[in-house]
Design a protein. Structure first.
Length: 180
């Protein structure tokens, strides 16, 4: 796993082969962040990475200068790996949390400007995830939600849907929480 750009550009971290998580491909990640530049000013963005997996998105957000990046991962081994990588970077903006992402969304009282969610594609709650996040206090009014999902999911009928991007087998749907 490598960091695409920013202050940690080119840094490599060896993900254990035994991990179940599938890191977002470099191709998809690079294109996602190119699109995100039109939506957010990273240096002003408080971000949340749900279902953090290997921490790849967290690293990209930190590398681009986000003042706070919280990542939530429930798998102990994955969380230990993310924590180890973040300790090696020594970035004070990083805040790793071990726990269930769905419960975190229910209980969170801290608003974020950007929420990135990459749940397992087979997660039964995946179709309702945009609703859960957008009605919670997790995302600030006007905040952006990006959901990574498989090709069978279509969220384009939602009123808060902005756009869909597809990079190979990786799909991203973008949503904006209303200002109300």
């Amino acid at each position: 796993m490598r960091v695409i750009t920013g202050k940690y550009k080119g840094r490599h971290f060896e993900v254990p082969h035994t991990f179940k998580a599938r890191p977002t491909t470099d191709f998809a990640k690079e294109n996602l962040f190119n699109v995100l530049r039109a939506y957010v000013d990273f240096e002003e963005t408080r971000a949340l990475d749900l279902f953090a997996g290997t921490g790849s998105i967290t690293l990209e957000l930190l590398s681009r200068g986000c003042p706070l990046v919280t990542c939530v991962e429930r798998d102990r081994r994955h969380f230990a790996f993310i924590s180890q990588v973040l300790r090696a970077l020594g970035d004070a903006a990083a805040r790793p949390l071990m726990g269930d992402a769905l419960r975190y969304v229910e209980r969170c009282r801290e608003g974020f400007d950007l929420v990135f969610a990459d749940p397992p594609y087979a997660l039964p709650e995946l179709p309702e995830l945009p609703e859960r996040i957008l009605r919670s206090e997790t995302l600030r009014p006007g905040g952006l939600l990006i959901l990574e999902h498989g090709k069978t999911n279509d969220f384009s009928g939602r009123p808060d849907f902005l756009e869909h991007r597809s990079y190979g087998s990786v799909n991203f749907s973008f949503f904006r929480r209303s200002e109300d």
